[in-house]
Write a protein that binds this ligand. Structure first.
Ligand SMILES: [Zn+2]
Ligand SMILES: [Zn+2]
Length: 434
């Protein structure tokens, strides 16, 4: 998960407690033999998965440098009998579990990079790589993927189709997924559906997601004019023009990070205020001058990609009707990135499988679109293959364990590894069987 606002992260930690119902029981009423097999196998390998996770945690590697991690993953997948491809888009690894029978092709993705961090870790298996820490929980995401691979490999005889396990480097800088795709990932494998999960601050046993857009989309708009003696007026005019794109009032609850977790207006409320918005980061409006040009750049967030589609023509139109029409050179996006989009049908179906097998009370449906600079470059995979991104709870509030990614006190209750392997193995089995 990518985020660049620590203050909001911290505030959100506290507020998510409000809608993160405590449910550590994981009581299930599974009667289907294959899902009982999954639970039994997960239980058997759980201790070994905890060891693997702690090994990753002790030896974190920053984005683009995941050499040791990828070697460990490769060995593990090979030991399960999977076909393994390495060195994709950097240290990317793909494990292929082919059942030898015709059927669906499902991909599961995990990210594996750690982050630069000097904040002391709270666990007694803290990082031995000075200044690097798994503070976003990718060690756990990776371990869960290995666990699912193990469980699936054990069930191979009972399954049809193919399962791909994608281990992605460099998620934090939002570059690793794209690098794997550019390096030919989808010429190597051809999944029909793709899924992935990320540790989040709800209680363990809880998962959450939503159909369609999950995070705000972010782009930088760049307006360039001829450099002239009208520069000051042009800058003032452009700033006003850009400010008008914002549709949330400066003094509204939208700006209070606590609102994200508020039960009446927050993300999990059907009456959420985070559904239809565009906002301008005033601190990130930049003016640059060259010999011939003056450019105004603004970083903008919006609840939907569609809102950006109309933005450029609208701005051009307005400028062409202004006294600066002749000075205008171009209106364009100078920065844009893929934004996560959960397939509507697959979200409903995959959550349906998990609800049926593990209890609907373990699912928090999000209604709002997160507006705090969060995102995940899983989005790039979804541009090629329909799929769903889940949040998996890692907090255990009574033990003081809060798994808010990037927060200084980030910790994970490792029982969430069991939850993740169970839920998502079962979900994949059901998807293959459809
Ligand atoms: Zn992350
Ligand atoms: Zn992160």
């Amino acid at each position: 998960m990518t985020s660049n606002n620590t203050a909001i992260t911290l505030a959100l930690t506290v507020q998510l407690l409000l809608f993160a119902l405590v449910s550590h029981g994981q009581s299930t009423t599974i009667e289907s033999p294959i899902h009982a097999n999954i639970q039994e196998k997960t239980g058997k390998i759980f201790d070994s998965l905890v060891k693997i996770r702690r090994d990753f945690h002790i030896h974190p590697e920053v984005s683009g440098n995941e050499k040791r991690t990828s070697e460990k993953i490769t060995k593990y997948l090979q030991s399960l009998g999977l076909e393994v491809k390495t060195g994709i888009g950097g240290y990317g690894v793909v494990g292929i579990l082919n059942t030898g029978k015709k059927g669906k092709r499902i991909a599961w993705r995990a990210d594996m990079d750690a982050m630069p961090s000097d904040i002391p870790d709270v666990v007694d298996f803290a990082s031995k790589n000075k200044g690097v820490r798994h503070i976003c929980g990718h060690d756990v995401n990776t371990t869960i993927a290995l666990g699912i691979a193990n469980v699936m490999a054990g069930l191979k005889e009972k399954l049809t189709g193919t399962i791909y396990f994608i281990f992605q480097p460099a998620e934090e800088p939002y570059t690793g997924a794209k690098a794997m795709i550019d390096d030919g990932l989808f010429e190597m494998i051809s999944p029909d559906e793709i899924y992935g999960s990320h540790i989040a601050p709800m209680a363990t046993t809880m998962i959450s997601t939503k159909p369609e857009w999950m995070f705000a989309d972010y782009k930088t708009i760049k307006i360039s004019f001829q450099n002239s003696d009208k520069n000051d007026a042009i800058v003032a005019y452009s700033k006003e023009l850009i400010s008008k794109l914002q549709n949330v009032a400066p003094d509204s609850k939208f700006w209070d990070p606590n609102s994200l977790g508020d039960p009446t207006i927050g993300l999990a409320s059907p009456n959420t205020i985070f559904t239809d918005y565009t906002f301008v980061n005033k601190k990130r409006i930049k003016v640059e001058k060259t010999e011939n040009e003056i450019t105004i750049k603004a970083y903008i967030g919006s609840s939907a990609k569609e809102k950006f589609d109309v933005m450029l023509p609208q701005l051009k139109q307005e400028i062409s009707n202004s006294k600066f029409a002749k000075d205008l050179i171009e209106v364009e996006f100078s920065y844009e990135r893929a934004n996560l989009y959960n397939d509507k049908t697959l979200t409903k179906k995959s959550l349906g499988h998990i609800a049926q097998l593990y209890g609907a009370e373990n699912i928090i449906m999000l209604h709002g679109i997160m507006a705090d600079y969060r995102g995940d470059d899983f989005a790039y995979f979804q541009e090629h293959v329909p799929g769903v991104y889940f949040y998996l709870g890692g907090s255990y509030f009574e033990k003081g364990i809060l798994s808010m990614p990037h927060a200084p006190n980030f910790q994970v209750d490792e029982s969430c590894i069991k939850t993740g392997v169970n839920y998502f193995s079962s979900m994949i089995v059901e998807r293959l069987a459809e």
